[in-house]
Design a protein around this ligand. Structure first.
Ligand code: PLP
Length: 410
């Protein structure tokens, strides 16, 4: 199954994802819910099986060979992540359970440092993970949350950003890419502006990391957080990358084993990075699986990947013109392969249900962005999200399915 539109060999990629061979009620699976989670290539599944069958053991503390091997694999995985995002030092990579936990670690510390009069800047397109967390940190500290608006197309208003950013801004927390709209934000220039005001900058990279070549040093932020499962890796593992100088004295958030230097009955002192922010037994298999996913992803030609995803999006936008009453929600100038839409007279949940009956998996609802849906005046949307293993035929099937759904509901 090769495509003519780009020189990307999508057939060879698909062959590495066993789940894509599945059928649902006699229909071949067409998986278009990649913004929620991506499928896993055989290389990742093999890495998990190999870890559990060959060297399962606890890390860092064992006096035996299995523990040594597990520790090596685990710490090599950290190096893989550090190289992947071009971190200046490997100890800047902190394992988390995912993007949400990464944001919460920083928000917990930030809440201790914020005070009345301080401001935190977020955007109207936040996922709840990067909104509720800052809302609560502001409530706890008396700081004020400021929200940068978007325009009707889903572009962030740079004019409003410039007005809202001030000497009182202590933190800018914003998404690299919007999960609901696909908007790619100009994070490098906005980070530079915020840094010039002395603010810390956190980038929510949940959607950005699998669609581009992230270079944390080039971005210039203080924190970049992401999840393994949106990057072809396992669930339950993610990364908080933080600038070493900032993380070194970041308030500890979880206490226990691994993160201490010394302990008495009366008190304790904290270890060095990265351990000081990683209490307890980590998700060892998850870290190894995530590194396998990164190795797998990095073997692809990133420019071909980007061109392929854009070709899928363009094809979808062309076919959308043929669906009566269909409106695309999110038409930013710079966007990835996320197609959020509503169809007049049909509830998004019904679209999702009727597509599912045809083996087509999309996501419907508010996409963990209720305030954004309110801003856009929709109860929710249907969202098809494309990635490297999707084909033009998948997009064709989506629109064939939509036509059928519309007919059934007419
Ligand atoms: N931020 C964005 C932009 C997301 O799309 C998501 C998940 O969809 C998250 C944060 C939360 O990620 P996780 O559930 O993996 O912690």
């Amino acid at each position: 199954m090769t495509e003519t539109v780009t020189d990307f060999d999508v057939g060879a990629v698909r062959a590495q994802f066993p789940i894509l061979q599945r059928e649902l009620d006699g229909n071949p699976l067409i998986y278009l819910d990649n913004a929620a989670t991506t499928q896993k290539p055989q290389a990742v599944i093999d890495a998990l099986v190999d870890y559990y069958t060959q060297c399962n053991s606890n890390v860092h503390r064992g006096a035996h060979q299995l523990s040594d091997e597990a520790t090596k694999r685990f710490e090599n995985a950290r190096k893989t992540v550090a190289n992947f995002i071009n971190a200046a030092a490997v100890e800047e990579v902190i394992w988390t359970s995912g993007t949400t936990e990464g944001i919460n670690i920083i928000a917990k510390g930030m809440a201790q440092r914020l005070k009345a009069g301080d401001e935190v800047l977020v955007t109207q397109m936040e996922h709840h993970a990067n909104l509720v967390t800052w809302q609560q940190a502001c409530k706890a500290s008396g700081a004020q949350l400021k929200v940068v608006p978007i325009d009707e197309q889903g572009n962030l208003s740079i004019e409003a950003f410039d007005q809202l950013l001030s000497d009182r801004t202590r933190l800018l927390a914003m998404p690299h890419v919007s999960n609901a709209l696909g908007t790619v934000n100009p994070i490098v220039s906005l980070t530079a502006k915020a840094k010039a005001k002395g603010a810390l900058v956190l980038i929510d990279g949940a959607q950005g990391v699998a669609h581009g070549d992230v270079d944390v040093q080039a971005i210039g932020a203080d924190f970049y957080v992401f999840s393994g499962h949106k990057l072809f890796g396992p669930t339950g593992i993610g990364v908080l990358w933080g600038r070493k100088a900032v993380l070194e004295d970041w308030p500890i958030w979880l206490t226990g084993g691994e993160m201490i230097a010394t302990v008495t009955y009366e008190d304790a002192t904290w270890g060095a990075l990265p351990n000081r922010l990683e209490a307890g037994t980590p998700n060892i298999a998850g870290a190894i699986g995530m590194a396998a996913a990164i190795d797998w992803f990095q073997a692809l030609d990133i420019n071909a990947v980007k061109a392929h995803e854009q070709a899928l999006l363009e094809h979808a936008l062309e076919l959308a013109k043929d669906i009566p009453g269909m409106r695309i929600v999110g038409n930013a100038d710079n966007k990835i392969g996320i197609l959020s839409f509503v169809i007049e007279g049909i509830h998004p949940a019904d679209i999702g249900f009727l597509l599912d009956r045809q083996g087509i998996a999309i996501r419907t609802g508010d996409h963990c962005a209720q305030p954004l849906m309110q801003r856009l005046g929709v109860p929710g949307t249907a969202r098809a999200s494309f990635t490297i293993y999707n084909t033009l035929q998948d997009v064709d099937a989506l629109f064939k399915g939509l036509k059928k759904a519309a007919m059934m509901l007419a």
